[in-house]
Design a protein around this ligand. Structure first.
Ligand code: NAP
Length: 295
């Protein structure tokens, strides 16, 4: 058994460092160029989506990225959304485009993502960008996996040779992260688990590096974690808590208190991967501005 609690991978501190670096880069950039410009598209009134977009606008303003948000009614026809994306693609004042997901049911998310100019696709979800990631020469890395590898890098955790288990195979987390970690610059040996995996615990228990991206509160308990594992918790789940003014608290997919004594490193929720995701979007927007200026 490990002799003490896992060291905390402090998303607050690392995300702040990334934001400071992006701000310094933008300060230099604006000596000779206009500020990077990010356009967000929001359809409908989903409170979580509205809060995410507001957060992204605030983050951007803090580092010197200009933004505007196009906010449409929930019944916006798909064709009009595609026209909007097309206009943003053509607009020379726009460097990055972000369409907040999920979109209403009558709109095909994939068609909209496919319509974004890959050079402005700061979320990195366009097939061209996912293909480049898979090939090993990414332009834009989706922000959550990008945040996770940045955390590992900044903590000096080298995944080379690590038996790595990712629980969750979404297009925004599990799949791109598996690709990033298995590339020749990181050399992890990766297993991706999902809801059809048999005996999940048998996989997670052999993981030197365990990533939980499921969306089920505290489902990874201490008995599912190897001694001294590095544990990355992507999950953000609300659990009722009447002692909180808002009536709930946020927890991850990992039972933090139970797992921390067993692990060597662990990310908290909140204060972990979520803050990194926000910071990496800023970095991607600066990348978009550079790409755009050199096009
Ligand atoms: P998602 O698209 O719903 O994918 C969840 C994945 O978990 C799926 O692959 C699913 O398997 C798998 N799964 C579900 N139940 C399982 C079980 N009992 N055993 C094993 N695998 C199971 O979710 P997501 O968008 O990737 O998000 C996952 C979590 O991360 C959510 O809590 C979300 O809020 C959070 N998140 C956080 C950030 C951040 O910045 N921190 C960013 C994105 C997402 P199937 O494929 O078989 O259905």
């Amino acid at each position: 058994m490990p002799s003490s609690d896992a060291a905390l991978i402090d998303g607050r501190e690392i995300a702040q460092a990334v934001r400071d670096e992006v701000k310094a880069e933008i300060d230099d950039w604006t000596d000779t160029h206009r500020p990077p410009f990010l356009s967000a598209v929001l359809v409908g009134n989903n409170p979580a989506s509205k809060a995410y977009v507001r957060g992204k606008e605030q983050d951007a303003a803090e580092v010197g990225i200009e933004t505007n948000t196009l906010h449409f009614d929930v019944d916006l026809p798909e064709a009009e959304l595609l026209d909007t994306v097309h206009d943003l693609n053509e607009d020379p004042s726009v460097d990055g485009i972000l369409v907040q997901l999920p979109l209403p049911d009558h709109i095909d998310d994939r068609g909209v993502i496919d319509a974004i100019d890959p050079q402005k696709d700061v979320d990195g979800f366009h097939p061209t960008n996912l293909g480049r990631l898979m090939r090993g020469n990414p332009s834009f890395i989706p922000a959550t996996p990008y945040g996770i590898v940045t955390m590992l890098d900044r903590c000096g955790i080298d995944p080379e040779g690590m038996d790595t288990v990712i629980v969750g195979r979404s297009n925004i987390v599990g799949k791109p992260l598996a690709n990033l970690l298995m590339q020749r610059d990181r050399n992890a040996t990766v297993t991706v688990c999902h809801s059809r995996t048999q005996d999940l615990a048998a996989h997670t228990r052999r993981a030197d590096l365990l990533v939980a991206a499921v969306g089920q509160a505290e489902m990874i308990g201490a008995d599912m974690v190897k001694d001294d594992a590095v544990v990355i918790d992507v999950g953000i789940n609300r659990v009722e808590d009447e002692s909180k003014e808002r009536g709930y608290r946020l927890v991850g997919d990992v039972d933090f208190d139970a797992v921390r004594p067993k692990a060597s490193w662990i990310t908290p929720v909140p204060g972990g991967v979520g803050l990194m995701t926000r910071a990496m979007l800023l970095k991607n927007t600066m990348t978009a501005a550079r790409l755009h200026a050199s096009a």
